[in-house]
Design a protein around this ligand. Structure first.
Ligand SMILES: [Cu+2]
Length: 382
């Protein structure tokens, strides 16, 4: 309570002394002495902690952490504090039939888990570097996060534990902090813990920021955070389905029966595969579902690491597009959305009738490398 009053006072002072228009105060209480409020947003997070412990529990923890294309429902009002863990470790994953490689992962999948929060929420994040451990993720840890049940139900990537000792880090584009502190690299066996506030609505990339960033991201270390706007999107009441798609490039070369990462191909921007949600078949084996007349919302992130994406749904037009997922950035009537590496858009369209709607990167060299999927629409129900 005391800290909440501090936040309210900080805003009130700004209004009375600076003569500024009314500034919304922060909705989550200030928690640490280092914190302060500007324009209703909280800055000044305490220093990250790096330590060693013997944690060997679930590698992913969080009530609002899911596997793509799912997005957890925010079943609370206002703002809250989220405890989230995404450990880093290696897994052999399949990205196309017969094509597997030893990926570096957050939480065991490529892309990593989707985190859903509301603008203004606080995230208390922990990550252990478990790259020296064989971490099994196909054994769900019930209750740790919806992610495990979804992984158990969808093992297209055929995850198998692999040991690959390596320093790693976590860079959340959704956080506004000193990167040298919070996004610090940790050695195998170390855990990093830090906090950030979801100050800005949007769909954001997270990735490993350890050098070579090109290599660490191309090896599989990326995912999406969806920060839903405090007041929602204007169409919230009309949306029937909400999905997340993450596009990325793979740079793999065959080595005997296996595939390994090819850094010169990554530097030359010559991907072997371009994928939606980590596998050439992710959204064709398991298409998105809807019904005729539904309004579908997709949070689409182009993780790169280096390519662009021209996202298109064959047979539909995006009647609303929010660039970067910020509801102030509205575009209308778009056939494709062009996204650079780490850019996102939240798109919506009406499913015109029963049928199959292909989802593609309309840069067809990428679609032919795998960036394609489908949405199946059943009969109209309304
Ligand atoms: Cu890394």
């Amino acid at each position: 309570m005391k800290t909440f009053i501090k936040s309210a006072v900080a805003s009130a002072l700004l209004v009375s002394f600076a003569g500024l228009p009314v500034i919304a105060e922060a909705n989550v209480p200030l928690k640490h002495d280092s914190e302060y409020v500007i324009d209703g947003k909280i800055y000044g997070m305490p220093k990250a902690k790096i330590y060693r412990d013997d944690y060997n529990g679930p590698a992913v923890v969080g009530d609002y952490v899911t596997m793509v294309p799912h997005l957890a429902e925010l079943d609370y009002k206002g703002n809250k504090e989220h405890e989230v863990r995404m450990d880093v470790f290696s897994q052999k994953v399949e990205v196309a039939p017969g094509v597997s490689y030893n990926a570096w992962t957050f939480g065991g999948s490529v892309p990593g888990p989707v985190l859903h929060v509301r603008e203004g929420d606080r995230v208390v994040f922990k990550m252990k570097n478990r790259s020296t451990e064989e971490v099994v993720i196909t054994k769900p840890f019930k209750g740790a996060s919806p992610y495990f049940d979804q992984i158990a139900a969808n093992q297209l990537q055929k995850h198998q534990p692999v040991v690959a000792p390596m320093p790693h880090s976590m860079d959340f584009h959704s956080g506004t902090v000193a990167a040298n502190d919070k996004w610090a690299t940790i050695a195998p066996g170390e855990t990093i813990e830090f906090e950030w506030i979801a100050n800005y609505a949007g769909t954001y990339m997270y990735h490993c920021g350890t050098s070579s960033v090109l290599m660490h991201t191309a090896m599989g270390q990326y995912g999406a955070v969806v920060v839903s706007p405090k007041e929602g999107y204007p169409t919230d009441k009309e949306v029937d389905q909400e999905y997340v798609i993450v596009q990325s490039e793979m740079y793999l070369e065959q080595m005997g029966e296996d595939y390994i990462y090819d850094h010169s191909a990554a530097l030359a921007r010559d991907p072997s595969h371009v994928v939606f949600n980590g596998h050439v078949s992710a959204l064709s084996e398991n298409p998105l579902k809807s019904n005729a007349g539904d309004r579908v919302r997709i949070h689409f992130l182009n993780a790169g690491p280096s390519g662009t994406s021209s996202f298109h749904v064959i047979g539909a037009i995006f009647d609303k597009v929010w660039a970067e997922g910020d509801p102030r950035n509205t575009w209308y009537g778009m056939q494709t959305v062009l996204l650079g590496a780490s850019s996102s858009a939240t798109v919506e369209f009406i499913v015109p009738e029963e049928g199959v709607y292909k989802l593609v990167d309309h840069e067809f060299a990428d679609a032919e490398r795998g960036a394609a999927g489908a949405l199946y629409a059943g009969p109209r129900k309304k």
